[in-house]
Design a protein around this ligand. Structure first.
Ligand code: IMO
Ligand code: MG
Length: 429
C-alpha cells in the first residue's frame, strides 16, 4: 500500500497530527486535502511542541509537503505560520512545500462574512471564525479566486472585484463596513512574491509520485462527524473530510483506494456548538477537560468532553471507509473507576441504532450506555499491549467490536515514540 489517508473519526482534535507524524516517517510526501487554518495539529518532538494549521505535519520529518486544491489558503496566515516554524528551526521552502495552483484563496472579507453569518444564525455553528465557510461557499459559487491568479495582477483585480462586489453587498446590508478593492488587492500583491514560488499543479506532482510508487500520506483536517455531507449538519465544517475528499482535494483519484486510518480519542470531545449525545456536563466533564488538556489549539476555546460514542464511531467507519483505527489519549482515562461507551440511542423511549438526521428528533435523543471497568494503573508511555492493564485491553477490544474496525495504533502520550503499534498501515491490505 503506497497511499494512506488519515482522517478524524469524531469531531476533530483526535490527535491526527501526532499520528500523521508517526506515519510520515516512512512516507515520501504528505498532502493536505481539505479545510484550512481552522485545523490545529499539535506535535511534540523531543519535548518541543509544534502547532500547525495549514502546513502538512510531514514537513517535520523532512518529507515533501503538499497543500492540495481542496484546502482554502489564507496567504497571510500561511506566511505567518512559515515564519513561526522557521523561528522554531524548520525552514519551509519551495523545495519542501508545493501548493496547488487551483486551491482557493481565503480573503479578509471571508473572515468578516464568517462573523456576519454567525450573527444571523438562530443557532450559531460556533465556527473558528477563520472565514473557512464563506471561502468554500465562493468556490461552489464560482466566485473563488484560485492561487494561480496571484501571478497576474490584472486578472487578480478582475476576480477580486467580482468577489468583493458580492461580499460587500452582503456585509453592508447587515451594517458592516465594505472592503476596499484597492486595499485588498495591494495586500495580496504584497504577499504574492513570497507565495508564487510554492504554487504549481500539485495534482501532477502527486500523480507522478504515485506512478513512481512513492508513498503518499494524506493528512485530513477536521473529521467525519464535521463532514459537510455526513456530519452533524448544520454544525459541521464546510468541506468534505473523508477519503473521497482526499482524492478530489488533491487530484489524485487513487487516494480513495488507499488504506484509511481513522483517528479516534479514547473518549470524545467537541469544540463549538452542535449535537454531542455523550457530553458530560458539570464536574465530570470539567475533570476530563483538565486531565486531557482539552482546550483548542487554534482558538483556546475549552472543548466539551464526554464518553466515547461508539454508535457514531461506527458511522464514521462506514461512511469514511475506515480500514484501521488509531486510538489516542488512552492515558487520560487512567484511574477512572468505570468507563461508559455509547452503543446506540433511544428516541422517545424507542431504541434506535443510528443518530437521527432530523434536528427536532435529535433533541429527544438519549444515549444507551454500556459500562466497563476502569483501571488504576498508569498507561502513560506504554509501548506494548502487554504493558497495559487487562481492563484497558478489554476497553480497546470492545471499541474494535463496536466500531467494526481493528485498532492499528494506540498512542499513550503526546511524545512521538509513545505508541503501541499493532498493525502497519503501510503494509499491504
Ligand atoms: P482539526 O483538524 C475541531 C469545528 C468548529 C465549528 C465547526 C465549523 O484540528 O481536528 P469552521 O471554522 O470550520 O467553519 O467551524 O467545526 N472545527 C473543528 N473542531 N477540530 C478542528 O480541526 C476543527 N475545524 C473546525 O469548532 O464547530
Ligand atoms: Mg484541532
Amino acid at each position: 500500500m503506497n497511499k494512506v489517508v488519515v482522517i478524524g473519526a469524531q469531531w476533530g482534535d483526535e490527535g491526527k497530527g501526532r499520528i500523521v507524524d508517526l506515519l510520515a516517517e516512512r512516507a515520501d510526501l504528505v498532502a493536505r486535502f481539505n479545510g484550512g487554518h481552522n485545523a490545529g495539529h499539535t506535535l511534540v518532538v523531543n519535548g518541543q511542541t509544534w502547532k500547525l494549521a495549514l502546513l502538512p505535519c510531514g514537513l517535520l520529518r523532512g518529507k515533501k509537503g503538499v497543500i492540495g486544491n481542496g484546502v482554502v489558503v489564507d496567504p497571510q496566515a500561511l506566511l505567518a505560520e512559515i515564519d513561526r516554524v522557521a523561528a522554531q528551526g524548520l525552514a519551509v521552502t519551495p523545495d519542501t512545500l508545493a501548493i496547488a495552483d487551483n486551491a482557493t484563496l481565503l480573503l479578509p472579507s471571508h473572515v468578516a462574512l464568517d462573523a456576519a453569518q454567525e450573527a444571523l444564525r438562530a443557532q450559531p455553528v460556533g465556527t473558528t471564525g477563520r472565514g473557512i465557510g464563506p471561502a468554500f461557499e465562493d468556490r461552489a459559487g464560482r466566485r473563488a479566486i484560485r492561487l494561480a491568479e496571484l501571478a497576474d495582477p490584472a486578472m487578480l483585480r478582475l476576480r477580486l472585484a467580482e468577489a468583493l462586489a458580492y461580499h460587500n453587498a452582503l456585509l453592508t446590508a447587515q451594517g458592516y463596513p465594505a472592503f476596499d478593492l484597492e486595499a485588498v488587492l495591494a495586500g495580496l500583491l504584497e504577499l504574492a512574491p513570497r507565495l508564487l514560488p510554492f504554487i504549481q499543479p500539485a495534482w501532477q506532482l502527486l500523480n507522478e509520485a504515485d506512478e513512481a510508487g512513492r508513498r503518499i500520506l494524506f493528512e485530513g483536517a477536521q473529521a467525519m462527524l464535521l463532514d459537510v455531507e455526513h456530519g452533524t449538519y448544520p454544525f459541521v465544517t464546510s468541506s468534505g473530510t473523508g477519503p473521497a475528499q482526499a482524492a478530489s482535494g488533491t487530484g489524485l483519484g487513487g487516494a480513495a483506494r488507499g488504506q484509511v486510518l481513522g483517528v479516534c480519542k479514547a473518549y470524545a470531545t467537541r469544540v463549538g456548538e452542535g449535537p454531542f449525545p455523550t457530553e458530560l456536563l458539570g464536574a465530570a466533564g470539567d475533570a476530563l477537560r483538565q486531565r486531557g488538556g482539552e482546550y483548542g489549539t487554534n482558538t483556546g476555546r475549552p472543548r466539551r468532553c464526554g464518553w466515547l460514542d461508539a454508535a457514531l464511531l461506527r458511522k464514521s467507519v462506514r461512511v469514511g471507509g475506515i480500514t484501521q483505527l488509531a486510538l489516542t489519549k488512552l492515558d487520560v482515562l487512567d484511574g477512572m473507576e468505570e468507563l461508559r461507551i455509547c452503543t446506540g440511542y433511544r428516541v422517545d423511549g424507542a431504541p434506535r441504532a443510528d443518530y437521527p438526521a432530523a434536528m427536532a428528533e435529535r433533541g429527544r435523543v438519549e444515549p444507551v450506555y454500556e459500562t466497563l471497568p476502569g483501571w488504576r494503573e498508569s498507561t502513560r508511555g506504554a509501548r506494548s499491549l502487554d504493558a497495559l492493564p487487562e481492563a484497558a485491553r478489554a476497553y480497546i477490544r470492545r471499541i474494535e467490536q463496536l466500531a467494526g474496525a481493528p485498532v492499528a495504533l494506540i498512542s499513550t502520550s503526546a511524545e512521538r515514540d509513545d505508541v503501541i503499534q499493532l498493525r502497519d498501515p503501510w503494509a499491504e491490505r
